[in-house]
Design a protein around this ligand. Sequence first.
Ligand code: ADQ
Length: 751
Amino acid sequence: MRLIVSLLLVVALAVTAFSFYQVYTEKIRLRGELEGRTIVLAESLQESVTPLVQSNSLKKLNRLVERFGNRERLKGVAVFDREGNILSSTPELIPKIPKPLPQIISSITENRSLGSFIKIDDKKTYIYTIPISEEDRLIGALALFHDASYMDLRLEGIWEHNLLRFLTMSILIVVITLLVVRWSVTGPIAQFAEWMRELRMGKGKVTQPSASLRGDVLAPLISEVTHLAKSLSLARARAEEEARLRVKAESLWTASRLKEHMRAELGRKKLFLISNREPYMHVKEGRNIGCIIPAGGVVTALDPVMRICDGVWIAHGGGDADREIVDENDKLRVPPEEPAYTLKRIWLTKEEEDGYYYGFSNEGLWPLCHITHTRPIFRLEDWVHYQRVNEKFADALLKEIANEESPLVLIQDYHLALLPLLVKEKRPDAKVSLFWHIPWPNPEAYGICPWHQEILIGMLGADIIGFHTQFHCNNFLDTVDRFLESKIDWEHFSVDRGGHTTLARPFPISVSFESLSDKASAIQEKASLKETILKEIGIQAKYLGVGVDRIDYTKGIPERFRAIERFLEKYHEFVGEFIFIELGAPSRIHIKRYRDVMTEIEEMVDKINWRFQTKRWKPIVFLKRHHRHEEIYRFYKTADLCMVTSLHDGMNLVAKEFVTSRADEDGVLILSQFTGASRELKDAIIVNPYAIEGMADAIYLALTMEQDERSQRMVRMRQVVREHNIYRWAGNLITILVRLRMPEVLEQERD
Ligand code: ADQ
């Protein structure tokens, strides 16, 4: 009502103002027109009347006056002598002319024409008087009487029209406002309220309102409430899961269990996590700034842990808009939609990034640790940068932990191998762990690094070094044994060197395993998702395979495509039936080997597609870009198979993400035997990515496997990932770290 009344008031004011103006201009126009016409008439009549008044020919004058008086809207004409008496007039007018008529006297005495409005018979009349003179002598005056009542009628007409317009507009405004309010406000609010009611009552697994609501005026509110709803749903799911577990007396790690555990173990202590890559990167998107989660296993695994433990994550700010978002201490709270921990960004110069990240870490250590026949490159200047950047990270960390007693430090990966010692030297009370996310090679392979001893010494500053598998721990201990003077304790898998002990333990990393949908709704969702995805890419097919990777030569992508080619060659009946979608995020593109592998992959896709494609079908679709996690999960959820064919991989989280996403308990995982994940996911079809024939057969086996077997395998794999999730990983690692008894500290205390 308030909206409608205000709208109507404004419109009424506008209409009134416009009407006034219109009436005013129309009045001036009508008057001008009337005057003009009368003057022309008066002047022509003046010429004929003057000689008759001069000669006093009253008869002729009367005839002339009568003839003139019969014109449209002209009420009549009157001729006056110089005293203002009527000499002649239109007969009907004589009784009505006011006597005396002051305007006639003024016209004669002032010798000029005058015009004014008077009332005759209660009607508005325009009277125009013009003096009559003989040479220079005034002998009388002529008056023309014009009916002007039509002017008032015309002006009234304008008011009436405008009133009518106002009424029509008012009705339209009322109707349209009501409709818009109904469609855009009250309707959506009612739906919204209904959706929230369902959420409150815990009906179904609703986390999103209907699609029609999402694009509406309530969109910002909906996005906030959706987050709230998700948290609510998640909390409910977790509570249910925990209740279920309590009943079953199982010891499953969940987010809330980890939270409680951390509270008990850490008290008010914070975690300090250091990695090269940041979990949230700000990038310019036209004029706006967007936030992306970079592709990579470290971030995928550790963000859920930090979300529940709080603390500070120190990482390199690599996004082109990163500096615009931080505060004066280079910090911000993340995740943006639900801040839970602090991200502190470290800035690197271009030279530092080239030398430390692209050079030493990714052209040196990465191929050194992955046995994939790509030669590591070691340059002295890269090594210098690597040392300097490790010191930079150490300075930042030491500043953060300055006021913390026995801080807990979790260092991530091969970029920061020197950091443990740099921290430990300054803060012997710090409890330091280093998690090595990639494989550890045998001593012979490792020994080719010119700085193999310095790296090992740096790493051994840590109290615990974690690897994904026992095999990598053994390789590490062998390597230390070969290159450093130290004591290896094979019973406890530890190294004693210079009075400091470092444990080497396997902590197979994982994903969070949050499963929000039940089996029935997942099955339902799967069918429609497949249809939508195939429609989006414009291809018809019966079977769908998916691959998700950072484009890296260790991931075995060309081998995978070769296997697909061989599969289509060998099992021709699948031509036109099977399509493989590769979601590949470009990575480390400043390194030539990565550009080469990208070119190799693109050429191979072209070649295979050219060989097999038909008008409406091609075997491989390569979507070369970074995808959001929700996008990736759409593909996981509906794929008939997922291929992970790494030539060597510490763990590989894509395999575990695929299993997590399959609430429908279907889908087949083809998994390389050279991934850490293959030690746990024994129900995948395990393949050797170098054996193309075997991989082609694995695709065939996956697509022809009986539904029951597929389901049994998936159920078992889901059980493994559910139990060995990222919370368990963090719980185990942090518990050992917290409970470490540190001889150096005990000694200091004794002194
Ligand atoms: P990565 O080599 O980065 O990790 P991986 O474990 O496979 O490899 O994780 C990749 C992550 O990136 C996954 O979460 C995946 O969803 C995401 N990703 C892949 N392609 C993407 C795309 N196109 N768009 C967006 N995201 C994409 C390193 C080691 C691994 C180890 C992890 C964790 O090399 O062996 O498993 O660390 O320790």
